[in-house]
Design a protein around this ligand. Structure first.
Ligand SMILES: Cc1cc2nc3c(=O)[nH]c(=O)nc-3n(C[C@H](O)[C@H](O)[C@H](O)COP(=O)(O)OP(=O)(O)OC[C@H]3O[C@@H](n4cnc5c(N)ncnc54)[C@H](O)[C@@H]3O)c2cc1C
Length: 481
């Protein structure tokens, strides 16, 4: 390599695909924010990869994508081969290219980070969108059917990844979901400005083409029992996600005008309104909310994670006059993706850091008038290593609001029908899977496996994918024994 080639990254800047202009976003455009790279842009970015020999990008990626290798294939315009390589580690690469917090994962570990990381996520999206549009499909010709059948509960990223790997292992996967559409939170949690729902429909076609079957609008534990599944199938994978809502126990949280984040996002997704295919409320979502008109309103969102960012940016698109995100630690401690915070800021969202909510206040007519907050300072780290937010005495103030959205996060809750079959639940509601004497992701019931948010707690699409894949490998091992 010449000296000029070695230092070319200094002249070639990092670029992102074009974004929908902010005026359109703030006037109600729900389209995917980032456009697509064309061939030249993708090759340009791929050409910036130093092939540094220590691919921290791959190492940091929970599914260990072969990033330098597929960037090389993009430079050579071998897009179908790049798509095959992307799918060898991740069955939902076009989704991860769109929603992964790359700034904390692959791009955050790129050797070029200081100069502007290679735009890995956008190139991943380019590879898979281009390959699928030009007829590429996973090659199943070498797969030999084993005659085994596995039920997958939950069509979220964990369940879909598990089904994909089972299909590759010649095992018939039948995926059950209480919703009539696949995707889990990809479909009804993450807003369309981050992930166009047509992407999920296209993935469904790909999976069905591989032989995966879907039984949608079926809630396990209500319409079909887990005993029926255990009788009909050789094994069962549970990827039911994390839906126990953390409300923070704030005084005033039941007031009119206070909304929990997920039902708010679901109703906005305009796909499912919190009911299943038969119009029945989904278990745990019986407390349906009537979505207030946000037009011209002052909205305060409590919480600084991905869900909080999706809420503030949805409120902007719904015409709110003023949107504020209050977070109890400092900006550097925010769990949400820095890219999403930057997008929210650009859309006019105001961030108030180091503000801990104390109570939600009502006016004379019992309607919300605001959130009482206290300023905080960061104290000593807690058991997880995160610094505690310590209230500063006497710094209380009222943050005025017409609508308050609570986005403190979610945790799993192991269903009773699993506990009755001997599956153990952790103290925090997680399904206990793996551990001494068990295959990875195998529960205390030898034919029941579990992964994704239901096991690790609310996390990321890519970690759910990683666990679904690894659980499928364990199931294949069990069934071949
Ligand atoms: C608002 C929001 C925004 C997010 N944004 C991002 C982001 O930008 N990037 C990112 O990486 N992650 C993001 N996440 C996290 C990510 O969506 C989850 O970590 C991921 O979807 C977990 O996958 P899963 O398959 O474990 O569960 P889920 O996606 O929750 O899927 C579980 C599925 O199981 C089904 N199910 C549950 N119980 C039953 C039953 N008894 N019978 C039948 N079906 C059942 C549910 O209907 C659901 O479809 C976000 C999460 C939220 C809430």
């Amino acid at each position: 390599m010449s000296r000029k080639q070695a230092f070319q990254f200094l002249d070639l800047p990092r670029t992102m695909p074009q974004r929908i202009p902010v005026e359109l976003r703030t006037s109600g455009d729900w389209g995917e924010l980032y456009g697509k790279f064309g061939k030249e842009d993708a090759q340009f970015q791929a050409g910036r990869c130093l092939d540094c020999g220590n691919p921290y990008c791959s190492w940091k990626c929970p599914v260990h994508n072969a990033i330098p290798q597929w960037l090389q294939l993009v430079q050579e315009n071998r897009i179908h081969e790049a798509a095959t390589l992307c799918h060898s580690t991740n069955p939902l690469p076009e989704v991860c290219g769109r929603v992964c917090p790359q700034d904390r994962l692959c791009e955050g570990s790129c050797t070029l980070e200081e100069f502007g990381a290679v735009t890995i996520g956008a190139v991943e999206k380019y590879i898979v969108d281009t390959a699928l549009a030009t007829g590429w499909r996973p090659d199943m010709t070498a797969v030999e059917p084993t005659g085994k059948r596995v039920a997958v509960i939950g069509a979220g990223p964990a369940g879909l990844a598990c089904a994909d790997q089972l299909a590759h292992a010649g095992i018939q996967a039948v995926v059950y979901d209480r919703y009539e559409q696949i995707g889990g939170l990809l479909q009804f949690g993450i807003p369309s400005f981050k992930l166009d729902k047509a992407v999920i429909s296209r993935r469904r076609n790909v999976l069905e083409g591989m032989g995966v079957q879907f039984r949608l609008g079926v809630e396990i534990g209500r319409d079909v029992s887990v005993d029926q599944l255990l009788a009909e199938y050789d094994a069962v994978f549970v990827g039911t996600g994390a839906y126990r809502y953390t409300d923070g126990g704030l005084l005033g949280q039941d007031l009119k005008g206070v909304l929990p984040a997920l039902p708010f996002l679901v109703q906005n997704s305009r796909i499912v309104g919190g009911s299943d295919a038969h119009g029945r409320p989904i278990a745990g979502w019986e407390d349906q909310i009537a979505l207030p008109d946000l037009d011209g309103k002052r909205v305060v969102v409590l919480g600084g994670g991905d869900t909080g960012m999706d809420c503030v940016r949805s409120a902007v698109r719904l015409g709110a006059a003023k949107v504020t995100c209050a977070y109890r630690r400092d900006e550097a401690s925010m769990p949400g993706s820095a890219r999403e915070v930057a997008n929210a800021r650009e859309e006019g969202v105001r961030f108030l850091f180091n503000r801990q909510p104390l109570s939600i206040e009502a006016g004379a007519d019992d309607e919300v008038i605001g959130v009482m907050v206290v300023e905080t300072q960061l104290g000593a780290p807690d058991a997880s290593g995160r610094r505690n937010a310590v209230p500063v005495e006497g710094s209380e103030s009222l943050l005025e609001a017409d609508v308050v959205i609570i986005a403190f996060g979610f945790s799993p809750s192991t269903p009773a029908w699993l506990i009755e079959r001997g599956v153990e639940a952790g103290h925090n509601g997680r399904i206990i899977a793996g551990g001494q004497g068990r295959l990875p992701f195998q529960t205390a019931h030898p034919r029941l496996f579990a992964g994704g948010d239901a096991v690790r707690g609310a996390d990321l699409v890519v970690t759910a994918v990683a666990e679904g894949r690894d659980a499928a490998a364990s199931i294949a091992q069990l069934l071949s024994a």
